[in-house]
Write a protein that binds this ligand. Structure first.
Ligand code: ADP
Length: 509
């Protein structure tokens, strides 16, 4: 018989002890030991159950048995014994005489003498997540005071075990994440909102010359390449990655991704080889284009002269086809040469240009093409001037490419909208259409050289070189702006760009 005040003191002491640890095995061991001691039982067992009611961990009254035998015994008592009965009934009980109880399983080779028993469930949020069974040699040892004390301890234990279980799960998840990130073969960093590097892969530590024991590490304003790249990305929130010349030989693409509850994940991709190949390709293309340009002009010149001759209808049609073919190749060559000039930075002079005027002029030049396709073109342009420091021909090229694509890819009677606006520091141009749209998987490649979206099943083949958007990207980025695309298949596409806004004063002529 335990007095109510002794029982309350005991419960209080036990609760303090149980909350002192978050180690699941330690908490389980303590629960069992404290309950055995408090009730005066000879020994006891503790089972933990998962959401499906399966036993996930246990401590048995006989801990010295081989694991295989213990597993079989646990399965038996959960199926036919007192533990199973408590799980199903969700309440505690006393077995005054085990020899007379149907739910008491006498296990083979059991040398402990158990003549009476007591069992209680560990209830957490109305779910049995554990079972505690106490044994005693004496028949009729346990009474209601033991049962209520054991039930009280089980209540405290259920909370302590749940906390330890959650903590263990969190620890395991953290360990998995840690191994996943640190083991990645490319440089990867995880940075928290205060700029603290929380995790760094081995490759990142090598690149940044960091020791594992330096992490977590605060990213200082140390003017490092990484710091500069992250600053650039922070200042341009639409941008997901930047290229960084790391050393003479290495160029990295630094990309960031916000991962909820983790922080900013930064990946550094070594693109040095790709850049080198790209440069080789540009040199090759430029050389070949130059060499082709002159003979093509000659062919075009002679073909045009032929037009003045007295040709048959068939001869004239053939000549027309020849001229169209030559002009297509000339456009391609002009595009290639443009691109290599823009990319190498040896471009025309920079002056203050009014984007409003440029957009108005380009729209006027497309009036005929718009009318021919019965397209409705609307615009929203500011009334004043928006100045950008650039070359007017190149700036026109941006607008021309967006609008000509919108006309080209939007079906007859479609709608196009041209918008121009400004923020404090930028000019924003966007051209929307209600054409076929571009699948998400293609959108990342759309600004690459020669990339053309594969033809959809019922799509109509449209002439093009796949260079227009890469020219736009090269021009825009050359002026420190950015290009973007927002598109949905079956709804339409919006191509846009931002350009740095220049001081409002027009140039003195
Ligand atoms: P081109 O038009 O000469 O093929 P671009 O670089 O201008 O080259 O465009 C690349 C590809 O992007 C096009 O081939 C087309 O598949 C797709 N595209 C461009 N603009 C649009 C648009 N407004 N709507 C749908 N697809 C487009």
């Amino acid at each position: 018989m335990i007095s109510p005040s002794a029982s309350a003191d005991l419960l209080h002491a036990i609760s303090r002890q149980l909350n002192a640890s978050l180690n699941l095995d330690e908490v389980m061991g303590r629960v069992l030991q404290l309950t055995v001691e408090a009730t005066g039982a000879t020994c006891g067992s503790l089972f933990l159950l998962n959401e499906r009611g399966e036993t996930s961990r246990y401590i048995l009254a006989r801990p010295d048995q081989p694991p295989e035998i213990s597993r079989q015994n646990v399965a038996r008592v959960m199926h036919e014994g007192l533990a199973g009965w408590i799980y199903r009934q969700q309440r505690g009980t006393i077995v005054p005489n085990t020899a007379l109880a149907e739910n008491w399983v006498k296990l083979p080779d059991d040398t402990t003498i158990t003549n009476s028993a007591l069992g209680v469930p560990l209830l957490h949020q109305d779910r049995v997540n554990g079972i505690l069974v106490l044994h005693h040699e004496q028949v009729g040892f346990f009474d209601e005071t033991h049962l209520s004390l054991a039930t009280g301890i089980a209540g405290q234990a259920a909370i302590a075990i749940e906390n330890a279980r959650l903590f263990t799960r969190l620890k395991n998840e953290h360990a998995t994440l840690y191994s996943l990130i640190t083991g990645m073969p490319i440089p990867v960093l995880v940075i928290d909102p205060d700029g603290l590097i929380l995790l760094a892969s081995q490759a990142a530590r090598q690149l940044l010359q960091l020791d594992q024991d330096q992490i977590p590490l605060r990213l200082l304003n140390d003017g490092s390449k990484l710091e500069a790249a992250l600053k650039n990305l922070r200042q341009n929130p639409q941008r997901r990655s930047v290229e960084v010349q790391w050393s003479d030989k290495q160029i990295f693409n630094v990309a960031i991704n916000q991962v909820p509850q983790l922080g900013t994940v930064v990946t550094l991709n070594d693109i040095s080889e790709l850049k080198e190949l790209d440069e080789m390709k540009s040199i090759f293309v430029e050389t070949v284009s130059h060499d082709l340009k002159n003979p093509l002009s000659t062919i075009h010149g002679y073909a045009t002269l032929l037009g003045a001759e007295n040709l048959s209808n068939r001869g004239r049609a053939n000549l027309e086809g020849l001229l169209q073919g030559v002009e297509r190749i000339q456009t391609l060559i002009q595009n290639l040469l443009d691109l290599s000039r823009i990319e190498s930075g040896i471009d025309e002079q920079v002056e203050l240009c009014d984007m409003v005027e440029i957009v108005e002029d380009v729209i006027a030049n497309f009036e005929l093409a718009v009318a021919e396709k019965e397209i409705t073109l609307t615009k929203d342009l500011p009334t004043g001037m928006l100045h950008v420091a650039g070359n007017s021909l190149r700036l026109s090229q941006i607008v021309e490419n967006f609008i000509s694509n919108a006309i080209k890819y939007t079906p007859r009677s479609g709608k196009i909208f041209v918008g121009l606006s400004k923020t404090e520091t930028q000019v924003r141009l966007h051209v929307s259409d209600n054409g076929p749209g571009i699948p998400l998987a293609e959108q990342v490649k759309i600004f690459e050289k020669f990339y053309r979206v594969p033809l959809m099943e019922d799509g109509e083949w449209i002439e093009g070189t796949g260079l227009g958007l890469s020219i736009v990207k090269a021009i825009v980025e050359g002026y420190g702006g950015q290009v973007w695309l927002d598109s949905e298949v079956g709804v339409g596409s919006t191509f846009g760009c931002t350009l740095p806004l220049a001081a409002a004063t027009p140039p003195s002529v």
